[in-house]
Write a protein that binds this ligand. Structure first.
Ligand code: HEC
Length: 143
């Protein structure tokens, strides 16, 4: 017969596992108004060229130049999201991607914040543009 305390112990293990960030997880603290927010910006060819450079300079060391998560600074315990993965990316709202770039990664994740209050100091419009740019990785690799 299983004792009460051993099943209680298992429940505790499950709770602790749920609390740890797992590779491929989105942040779970996205504010309600952002969670369903849609990006209304589209990028001109000139802005695309600009964000290609920005991505190479600020993101590629983790996410890889192709957005596939194979950058040289990628960590094994919390790997950078594979931005070319169309099924993963289709589960993310624009607002979720915006929030991740605004405030950076979850605890234990090395992704820095890029928002207006951060060292990078990007205005919100630039972050929405980066969201549009990031979407291109999974749109163009879906064939
Ligand atoms: C130091 C490494 C690092 C840098 C630099 C970095 N990221 Fe990340 N990024 C991560 C990691 C690790 C994750 C996955 C863990 C997480 O969700 O917190 C992630 C997750 C993301 C996600 C969320 C994907 C999802 O699953 O919802 C987006 C979007 C993103 N990064 C975009 C960017 C952009 C754009 C830049 C540059 C402006 C950037 N990252 C720079 C490490 C990095």
């Amino acid at each position: 017969m299983r004792s009460f305390s051993s099943s209680y112990g298992w429940a505790l293990v499950v709770v602790v596992m749920l609390a740890l960030p797992v590779a491929g997880d989105a942040r779970d603290d996205v504010p309600e108004d952002l969670l369903h927010a849609k990006n209304t910006l589209s990028l001109s060819p000139k802005r695309i060229a600009y964000f290609e450079k920005q991505f190479r300079a600020k993101c590629a060391r983790c996410h890889g130049a192709l957005g596939d998560g194979a950058g040289s600074d990628a960590e094994k315990d919390v790997p950078p999201a594979d931005l070319t993965n169309a099924s993963l990316m289709s589960q993310r709202s624009d607002g979720q991607l915006f929030y991740q770039i605004l405030v950076g990664g979850m605890p234990r994740c090395a992704m820095p914040a890029f928002g207006p209050e951060s060292d990078h100091g990007w205005p919100e419009k630039k972050i929405w543009e980066m969201v549009a740019f990031v979407r291109r990785f999974s749109e163009t690799s879906d064939e």
